[in-house]
Design a protein around this ligand. Sequence first.
Ligand code: 4AD
Ligand code: MG
Length: 429
Amino acid sequence: MTTTRIEQIRQTLGQEIWIEGWLYNKRSSGGIQFLQVRDGSGIIQGVVTKKNEKNFLLAERLTQESSIRVKGIAKEDPRSPTGYELSIQEIELVHLAEEYPITPKDHGTGFLMDNRHLWMRSSKQVPVLRIRHEVMQAIRDYFNEHGFIATESPILTGVSVEGTTTLFGVDYFGEKAFLSQSGQLYLEATAMALGRVYWIGPTFRAEQSKTRKHLTEFWMAEAEVAYFDHEDNLRLQEDLVKYIIGRVIQNKLPDLKALDRDISKLEKIIAESFARVTYKQAIDLLNEKGMGKSWGDDFGAPDEEAISDHFKKPVFIEKFPAVMKAFYMEPDPENQELVKAADLIAPEGYGEIIGGSERISNKELLLKKLEEHKLPREPYEWYIDLRKYGSVPHAGFGMGVERTVAWITGVTHLRECIPFPRQLHRLTP
Ligand code: 4AD
Ligand code: MG
């Protein structure tokens, strides 16, 4: 028996097909039952009439999320919520589901999160995970097409990349180890071997913050390029972001529509160049808006939102004070107090989706920065080596996958942008 995936239904109109899936919802009207069948690729409305009594009685017994195979003929139907309708000739029951805890009525977030393993089947969650897949695949394809080598960084590590306050400690056979905050330091080594590299991997931050933009485990897409400077770095990021959005529009339009995403806002991102401000200009702008910012202040969610509202497009904030940022960033030759780093702020209040910088390539300067940041030299000895043997200017960045997915899908909370979110008080399911 060959089956058709619902997303391919258009190619099979008028033919007899089988669909393997689950009963999402059903209603009846007169002598007709409407079964909404989902298979992970989409939802289609199936129609069962009293003419076939066996089917009709079975349809009546079906509970929400029962697994079924259905045979029928699909046709276009503008009245159907999904655009197509399947006139069902046969139903095979695979498993009659027990009473399903998640019904189409409203549930509280805590309840839905406790049932994440089931909640992910619902009509708003499936499209998000499908778009997440497209984002991941687009990143891989983009880098692959641009001569980058896919590589990997370890998760168990002895070094801190982004400061010591958000490290998860692990006992490593009696030695202290950490879960990786970012693969960057390792990517720098790999870039010196392979030229241009990327990876998409899990990263961990012991963030005590309980916001809609923070997870304790999230996925980062990171790139590192030898002989790249700050300008090259920003160009690459802009090109990548536009490519990802283009791919999602091209391949996942039905999913964007299922989420009621305003597609024109995404199309606009591709058509225009991103805005660019220095940290100083951003501070001035926020002060003009009465947000009371001082030099050295970090940007919180309301600040990022004000900046993105002002430009209504992605904004690079660059040239941060060195004291605010990680130890490895290259100083700005015009002002040694600043670093050649940039954060990319997404529009519509989604906040920082990329952090990147040119890296220090001079050994003495790196040693000085490690000391200033009170980091021990010993675990970084291998990283210092990269500045001893054929050191070159290089730059790279890390993109938060969940934040990017949240922005593209229009979903407000990161917890819906990863199958099983890890947060301050959330370790199950
Ligand atoms: O800005 P971050 O901390 O940069 C780095 O880790 C660099 N070492 C990356 C590099 O240059 N290779 O993190 C990068 C991105 C952020 O812009 C944000 O999108 C995301 O990772 N991110 C988080 N996403 C979800 N939850 C958190 N707690 C996050 N922290 C950072
Ligand atoms: Mg950052």
